[in-house]
Write a new protein. Structure first.
Length: 247
């Protein structure tokens, strides 16, 4: 396979020919990202009002602030596709819910009960609060696609085994790193804030189970991406990378 930077000018039906800075698709993309940003800021602001534990909320949002800062600072060098920005925003929206209630106290069981009552169903009784496991799964499921997209851009490779393995390893390793950060914060801070931030709920294998959920989510996302490409022979991520290269 030739390297990406060896590919000639892009002429794609989705971009109307050669991509330029003034191309309408670029302006449309910027409006889409701004719309997502406005939505997320409104959602985050609403959930920032009177959280269950303000100190835990602040800790949970440190990583978010760092991630958003990286996206802002790298905007001129690399812009993700619309689908990637949508997936990132969706994950951040889930995280904002966990930050507001603390992950151990998200009342999703009550929400399920209300829905079940509306449709005259009998909701299942669930012991442990599994919202943290769900968000770890969502981390792998929703962010592996953007991870792979950026890897294709910076590693200068095309469709290969490594473009799936490296994003999978990155999703798992960063999930494990976050668990270590939670443990360190709990040890240093201690007390109620440490317990709230750790969110293990008494499970000594909580960190391993959370990371496993992220691994399963990432496997599902990358496997689906590979199957779609195999069936359609259309490399949407590579097409976006080429868009970036020739802008």
């Amino acid at each position: 396979m030739p390297a990406i930077n060896q590919v000639g000018p892009v002429n794609d039906s989705d971009t109307g020919g050669r991509v330029t800075a003034s191309d309408p698709s670029r302006r449309s993309h910027r409006r889409f990202v701004i719309t997502l940003g406005v939505f997320y800021f409104a959602w985050w602001s609403a959930l920032a009002i009177n959280p269950v534990n303000r100190n835990d909320w602040a800790l949970e949002n440190i990583v978010v602030a760092g991630g958003l800062l990286i996206l802002f600072l790298t905007w001129r060098h690399y812009i993700f596709s619309r689908f990637s920005y949508f997936l990132i925003t969706l994950f951040l929206a889930f995280h904002a819910i966990g930050s507001h209630y603390t992950y151990s106290e998200v009342p999703y069981q009550e929400w399920v009960g209300v829905i079940a009552e509306k449709f005259s169903l009998e909701p299942a009784t669930i012991g442990r609060n599994h919202f943290d496991r769900f968000v770890h799964f969502a981390y792998g499921l929703l962010l592996s696609y953007p991870f792979r997209e950026s890897f294709l851009h910076f590693a200068r490779i095309r469709w290969s085994f490594w473009s799936y393995l490296v994003p999978l390893a990155f999703a798992l390793s960063t999930s494990l790193l976050y668990e270590l950060l939670e443990w360190a914060a709990a040890v240093i801070l201690g007390g109620d804030i440490g317990i709230a931030f750790l969110g293990s709920q008494g499970d000594i294998w909580d960190a391993q189970k959370d990371s496993f959920c992220a691994l399963v989510g990432s496997l599902l996302a990358l496997t689906t991406t590979g199957i779609v490409f195999f069936l359609t022979k259309r490399g949407h991520q590579m097409k976006w990378v080429r868009f970036q290269e020739h802008d």
